[in-house]
Design a protein around this ligand. Sequence first.
Ligand code: MG
Length: 387
Amino acid sequence: MSENCTKLAPYAAHPDDSHGRQHTEERPTYRTEYQRDRDRIVHSGAFRRLEYKTQVFVNHEGDMFRTRLTHSIEVAQIGRSVARVLLLNEDLIEAIALAHDLGHTPFGHAGQDALNSCMQEYGGFEHNLQSLRVVDQLEARYADFSGLNLTFETREGILKHCSKKDARELGALGERFFTSTQPSLEAQLANLADEIAYNNHDVDDGLRADLITLDQLSEVELFRYHVDTVNKSYPGLNPRRAIHETIRRMINEQVSDLIKNSRDNISHCQPESIEAVRQQKNRLICFSPQMQQKNRDMKQFLHHHLYRHYRVQRMSGKATRLVSDLFNTFMDDPSTLPPEQLQHLKTLQQSRAQMGRARAVADYIAGMTDRYAILEHERLFNPTALT
Ligand code: MG
């Protein structure tokens, strides 16, 4: 066993027991397999592009809002903190967290919905599957294989959910969607670290953008309890600091609940290995029922007041039109694609003509950052713009 694995619990993912990579490689000399995965993700082009992709707010609205890059780093931070306490594999959770959003389109959910509806006749578009596609096929950096050739466990964590139809095409990776088995505890944790990160930073960004107010937020128990405590303990505190103090306390409450509840689940079931974790009927990494309810309330609030705010809806409308314009233009006339993308299209078309064309166009659009998509649209639709 590698020396830097000694602090792992038996139920954690041990790199020496990994189900391995799609293309066999020699083991790394100084790192574990999951450290190598994490490092490959950090060096990928798709990872760098996360800096200019947003979830709710578009980059040009300000430099203070989360991007998909800072979101992914927050997910990794939360995941690692919990993993260390539960003696799970920090390198694996970090790899999963940093890769989990690689397949996201520009313009967040509006972009994904638009691309999915463009792709209806061609198998649809799903960001989760696209993240897997990025690490399995699209990154072109290594001499011996396409993609990043990551371990099974990192890929398993990236594939959060999947339809049975898609799972059928994924071989061993898709099996758990038929057998109702569980992914590793690190994968389960990445999922919830994602939820904690976005619920909290969307509150912060929503307040900063003046889309939601403190008054409105006081409807939500999770927020109200902490904002009241902060206001009582620090009367007259600068409002921005008070918001930050409140949010850090909310994160702390959620993380503490997750640790405590998951630890109880683990000690109740006593799984002796990652395989025993996979055979469990239920997930062991989860919030208490009380915290699940608080989170549901917060999510509902955000859906209602933030994600459906008219200013967010306007941006979504623009994104939807822009993504469909790009898709239709490239589908109608692939000769407008840049050479590298045209080559990708020709390769995919060899087996399935229209399907391959659509998938190549979707790969190109999904890889775009917000600002690149805006620029590309300008180059295609504005006759005075440089092409
Ligand atoms: Mg995410």
